[in-house]
Design a protein around this ligand. Structure first.
Ligand code: AMP
Ligand code: ZN
Length: 465
């Protein structure tokens, strides 16, 4: 089945395949590391993880770049207030973000690129824009002349034809009705970090980093560019203006934007003060996988209203699925397969896949799984569910969990596959060295975290309880 994705650029649901047929070149705007991420930010990144995993389930590989914005107005202001350099200031928040991402089981993008490691590339791109006549300089700062780029407004579907040429904006974020020439390079100011480059001494504006890093690592035309809905204007509009003015080619084929997380009908944001971090929710006793489930339960183009009741419901849903999985592994079942149940399982898998292919309709995908669990539980009660059906049901749950990744409890050790493999290798090593005591203790320790080892003639196999 084809994957259908809503494209902000075309305003349509279009069929997606990577342009080279096998590797999806994707760029996502990462965090601004001036504070801990809140779960609104994390909704955006969790959706992108779902997208990654579903793209892979189509058999495509990923080349995904995510940036870390570690130099911009707020960072500079906050670092100065704490008497730190921006590097000292952002380092802890960058680490915290990566830890949060790992706790939420977000796959690591193939490359994480820091803005401050790419100042030279940004200056080079600004130099190219200047050579093509898209910029002007005022007081040592370089601005993008948007009236020279006829496509300006094509992503946000706004008509900026009538705006006054020459009006400028220096701040990184502004509203649509404030569209003006934006700053590419800010002249050095005392007390601010600056770099000496081919476009002068100063620091980059926010927008240039994504154009420079995306094109450096992924080429001139990306398959997918994703971000939160607030980035459509001005950030992504400006990225298009910067990149396409230089290359003359479309910057991204698909623009995918996810809606916000709300609290009591207000967007969760640091400035509104209505936010929770992952750490806060964990400290209140909520498991990361419960938060992951909640963030994924609403389709990405719909607003998600965050409530504590919603979190409780997410925990109940996970418990239900875990209960079903346990039943599949422990109920005494007759041999063979019940054909009706086999087709019911196949139907559920089809519905699950179709829902995700339908612009990542996660709610419908979950609906397909829960309807199936209800039917399968009834069949189990009625002894119309045989051991062959259990194998098929577990395969369906595996498929579900390869995308949703919520069945493994964090509290029970929650070892990753790689960690398990590593311990198994240590055990094999110990056995080779005839240190059976150590081999046994590794096996026992794994069992305690819910991992069962089985020695076969083809080597060690393992499974989670
Ligand atoms: P920032 O760290 O501020 O650069 O934001 C990182 C990402 O979080 C961006 O893609 C934003 O669009 C996104 N974002 C900000 N607030 C929310 C929210 N309340 N819900 C979902 N995503 C958000
Ligand atoms: Zn960006």
């Amino acid at each position: 089945m084809a994957l259908h994705l809503f494209n902000t650029l075309t305003q349509r649901v279009d069929d997606f395949t990577p342009s080279d047929g096998h590797t999806v070149r994707m760029y996502t705007c990462g965090p601004t590391v001036y504070n801990y991420a809140h779960i609104g930010n994390l909704r955006t990144f969790t959706f992108q993880d779902l997208l990654r995993r579903w793209l892979r389930s189509h058999g495509w590989q990923l080349d995904h770049v995510m940036n870390i914005t570690d130099v911009e107005d707020k960072i500079i202001r906050n670092a100065a207030a704490e008497g730190k350099t921006i590097f000292e200031y952002t380092d802890g928040y960058t680490k915290a973000f990566l830890e949060d991402a790992a706790r939420l089981r977000l796959e690591r993008p193939e490359r994480i690129a820091k803005a401050t490691d790419h100042i030279r590339e940004m200056a080079g791109l600004i130099g190219q824009l200047s050579a093509k006549g898209y910029t002007y300089t005022s007081d040592g700062s370089v601005y993008y002349r948007i009236s020279n780029f006829p496509g300006y407004g094509k992503l946000s579907h706004s008509d900026f034809g009538g705006i006054r040429p020459g009006a400028r904006v220096d701040v990184d974020e502004y509203e649509k009705d404030d569209a003006r020439d934006f700053v590419l390079w800010k002249a050095a100011k005392s007390g601010e970090p600056s770099w000496d480059t081919c476009v002068g001494n100063g620091r980059p504006g926010w927008h240039i980093e994504c154009s420079a890093m995306a094109m450096k690592y992924l080429g001139e035309t990306l398959d997918i560019h994703a971000g939160g809905i607030d980035l459509v204007f001005p950030h992504h509009e400006n990225e298009i203006a910067q990149s396409e003015a230089v290359t003359g080619k479309p910057f991204a084929r698909f623009w995918v934007h996810s809606e916000h997380l709300f609290v009591e009908s207000k967007k969760m944001s640091k400035s509104a003060g209505n936010f929770y971090t992952l750490r806060e929710l964990e400290a209140m006793g909520h498991a990361p996988e419960t938060i992951r489930y909640l963030l994924l339960s609403v389709p990405y183009r719909q607003k998600l209203n965050f409530t504590m009741d919603g979190l409780k419901a997410a925990a109940t849903s996970i418990a239900r699925l875990r209960g079903f999985a346990l039943r599949l592994k422990t109920d005494r079942l007759g041999d063979g397969r019940d054909e009706a149940m086999t087709s019911r399982t196949a139907e559920a898998r089809k519905a699950f896949d179709a829902a995700l292919d339908d612009d990542l309709n996660s709610a419908a995908a979950l609906g397909a799984i829960f309807e199936y669990v209800r039917d399968a539980n009834s069949a189990l009660d009625a002894a119309a569910f045989l051991s062959g059906n259990a194998t098929e049901a577990l395969a369906l749950l595996d498929r579900f969990d390869s995308v949703f990744d919520v069945l493994r409890p964090t509290s029970e050790g929650g070892l990753s596959d790689a960690e398990i493999e590593k311990r198994i290798a240590e055990r094999t090593q110990a056995k080779k060295a005839r240190d059976f005591e150590r081999a046994d203790s590794i096996r026992a320790a794994l069992l305690e975290t819910g991992v069962i080892l089985e020695d076969t003639k083809d080597g060690v196999r393992w499974k989670r309880k």
